[in-house]
Design a protein around this ligand. Structure first.
Ligand code: ZN
Length: 448
């Protein structure tokens, strides 16, 4: 394993409360932060260590993305035939479903690699992926796992089970989740697993029950919830109850389950999410792009729900997502007091860290402290105004750019240094992906 001393850093611990520690060092061993203290002390304690000089840069825990879709990477620049989709169900039917059906095994691999290059560039060291490729179900999570291991980041993977391609594909999706969960639980490493479900609107009661019965002990579900009003309408028609009530009745909610979006949940559904300790993830860029509405995030946080921050397949430059969350709720409510920097940090830092740590219980993630995972980023930021333990969120929201990340580390291993990727060849991956994407686009077009 990698052992090194990162010296002369300005550490941002993201503990509660946060501490900013100039002139400090981290002793990294066994993939973890083993010691944290003043640089001079640690240098004396480890005189023969490999020394990495941070030159005063900020060193923070790597960013975390609580909900993403690697499989969507080939959509960039793709033309949707015919009229533009006019609502969310049409976006699924005209864009995402014909696209994911066009993916081959190699496409799955390279879609993931593109997202992982992006993640390493921007200091995102853990990603929770929600995968779909109906023509390559069996083994698809292993393909993504290999890409994740090649990149060297941390990830939690699952396959989106859905009825939309018929009962055989639905069962294949279940088998893929179960097989992969059992595989990762017997050999724990940097990759964890969940049980993926697409959304209430593409799952019958019988399928939800089948998933519940098939889910291995200890696995939680990762599902889109009330992303658009269509999900609520469908649930009321199909089951006579709203989405969260329906999922609660079918045993899908709980402290290991992630409900992505929750844009249209009502007060009672918020109570149910809080009572069941279900995680919620917020993806404001995607919600704005799809025109589906604004999730009542502050209401959910106030109800005690751990709301996390994801990107739904947008760039893994997570500070862009922070900034969008920070701005969206203010303009939506016509009130500049809404969605404070503290609330953004609660989601993007503390709740995301708690979520990821629940999958890697031996090693806390998302905080700088002895025993925590050595998942880090170096940020070359010259604060033009006083930077304090408490005003950091506003420096990030108004001053940080994702291109300021100069180094990324996960599990104690550098994945990027001096902005040079060390584990993945970006040019080679982009060239190969572009070739594959052109072919996937042709299959997509011919499906209409
Ligand atoms: Zn999603």
């Amino acid at each position: 394993m990698f052992e090194m001393l990162i010296k002369n850093a300005t550490l941002v611990t993201w503990e509660k409360p946060n501490r900013i520690l100039p002139g400090h060092a981290l002793w990294i061993e066994g993939g973890q932060i083993s010691e944290l203290g003043p640089s001079a002390d640690l240098e004396r304690g480890h005189p023969s260590a490999e020394m990495i000089d941070a030159h005063g840069q900020l060193v923070l825990p790597g960013n975390i993305c609580a909900h993403t879709h690697f499989y969507g990477a080939f959509a960039r620049g793709m033309e949707i035939p015919g009229d533009a989709p006019s609502d969310f169900p049409q976006i699924l039917q005209k864009l995402w479903w014909p696209l994911d059906r066009s993916l081959t095994a190699e496409d799955v691999q390279f879609s993931a690699l593109l997202c992982l290059v992006d993640a390493i560039h921007y200091g995102t060291t853990t990603l929770l992926d929600h995968h779909s490729s109906p023509n390559v179900v069996d083994g698809s999570l292993d393909i993504i796992e290999r890409a994740v291991n090649e990149a060297g980041v941390r990830a939690v993977l699952c396959y989106e089970v859905s009825d939309r391609d018929g009962p055989a594909k639905m069962r294949e999706g279940i088998d893929e989740n179960v097989r992969f969960f059992e595989k990762t639980s017997t050999a724990p490493g940097m990759v964890g697993a969940m049980f993926g479900l697409h959304a209430s609107l593409t799952l019958s009661d019988a399928s939800l029950d089948f998933c519940r019965e098939s889910a291995p002990e200890g696995s939680g579900f990762h599902i889109h919830v009330a992303e658009s009003e269509a999900d609520e309408r469908d649930s009321l028609e199909k089951a006579g109850s709203r989405v969260v009530e329906r999922l609660q009745r079918r045993g899908i909610l709980g402290p290991r389950t992630i409900a992505a979006h929750c844009v249209h949940v009502d007060d009672h559904e918020i109570e149910l999410l809080a009572e069941t300790k279900t995680w919620v993830s917020h993806q404001p860029r995607s919600n704005m792009n799809n025109g589906v509405g604004v999730a009542r995030v502050e209401k959910m946080l106030g109800a005690g729900i751990s709301v996390c921050l994801g990107n739904d397949g947008f760039s893994n430059a997570m500070w862009e997502e922070w900034k969008t969350a920070y701005l969206l709720h203010k303009v939506h409510h016509l009130d500049p007091r809404r969605m404070s920097g503290t609330a953004v940090v609660a989601m993007a830092v503390h709740n995301n860290a708690a979520l990821v740590s629940s999958f890697f219980p031996q090693t806390p993630v998302g905080v700088l402290q002895p025993g925590a995972a050595a998942d880090l980023m170096f940020v070359d930021y010259h604060a033009p105004t006083p930077l304090t333990d408490t005003n950091l969120p506003w420096h990030i929201l108004f001053g940080f750019r994702d291109s300021m990340v100069t180094a990324t580390m996960a599990g104690g291993r550098f994945l990027m240094r001096d902005r040079q990727l060390l584990t993945l060849d970006e040019a080679e991956i982009a060239a190969k992906a572009s070739e594959l994407a052109a072919k996937a686009w042709r299959r997509y077009e011919s499906s209409f």
